[in-house]
Design a protein around this ligand. Structure first.
Ligand code: ADE
Length: 217
């Protein structure tokens, strides 16, 4: 079993899943007039939903996580709060995944309390039901065993984070090591192979060399 279970998500899956999610929303008989993307993860699903649902009005809010001093708990806040008047229009707030649920709930509450909407509903591709304190109105896939969904829009960012973590935490990588060992340790930790990341693997490695995180010999 990998330490961090990762599901590598393809662009084709994103299109299929978003189409499925649009089907759920249409099937419920509710038609949003405005879609709000929760940045950054909600951008792509929100844009595809707008296409499938024939919605042309889009806005975005960005959430940010911070750890309260002396508390191990992460809290979400809105990075750039602003006000608009939605004049009673029905709003769908979209994110890629509901993990703890903090982000989507915060965005939903903010829109409801500050933007003068009609009905406000929430949607996500994935809902991690075992940990989430918030259930979106619409979701496509219920995830029971916590998994990191490696979406295609954060391929490089996630890969660098995955690598940084094993470089910091795995004893075998504390001294000089071969690329083969790095690849083996990576597979052990995440359950996916470096090769599955295509050209992103070399990009991530060269970025980490540039930033001084890795040294080539
Ligand atoms: N963002 C927050 N939780 C996540 C998860 N489990 N997978 C991908 N992105 C996330």
């Amino acid at each position: 079993m990998p330490k961090v279970p990762v599901k590598l998500v393809s662009w084709d899956e994103i299109v299929d899943w978003t189409r499925g999610l649009a089907g759920e929303i249409k099937g419920s008989g509710w038609n949003p007039q405005v879609i709000v993307a929760v940045a950054r993860g909600g951008y792509v699903p929100a844009r595809l939903l707008a296409d499938f649902l024939d919605v042309t009005n889009m806005l975005s809010v960005q959430s940010q996580h911070w750890t309260e001093a002396a508390k191990a708990e992460e809290r979400a806040i809105l990075k750039y709060p602003y006000k608009v008047d939605l004049k009673g229009e029905d709003v769908l707030v979209v994110d890629d995944i509901v993990d703890t649920g903090e982000t989507l709930r915060l965005a939903r509450d903010y829109v409801r309390d500050n933007w003068n909407p009609g009905t406000v509903k929430t949607a996500a591709l994935q809902w991690i039901s075992s940990v989430a304190k918030f259930k979106p109105d619409y979701y496509l896939i219920e995830v029971r065993d916590w998994t990191w969904f490696q979406y295609p829009w954060t391929r490089l960012e996630d890969l660098k984070d995955f690598l940084k973590r094993i470089l910091r935490e795995d004893e075998r990588l504390k001294q000089e090591f071969s690329m083969e060992l790095l690849e083996r340790v990576f597979k052990e930790w995440y359950g996916v192979s470096p090769g599955d990341f295509g050209f992103y693997w070399d990009l991530a490695i060269s970025d980490l060399v540039k930033s001084g995180f890795l040294k080539e010999k």
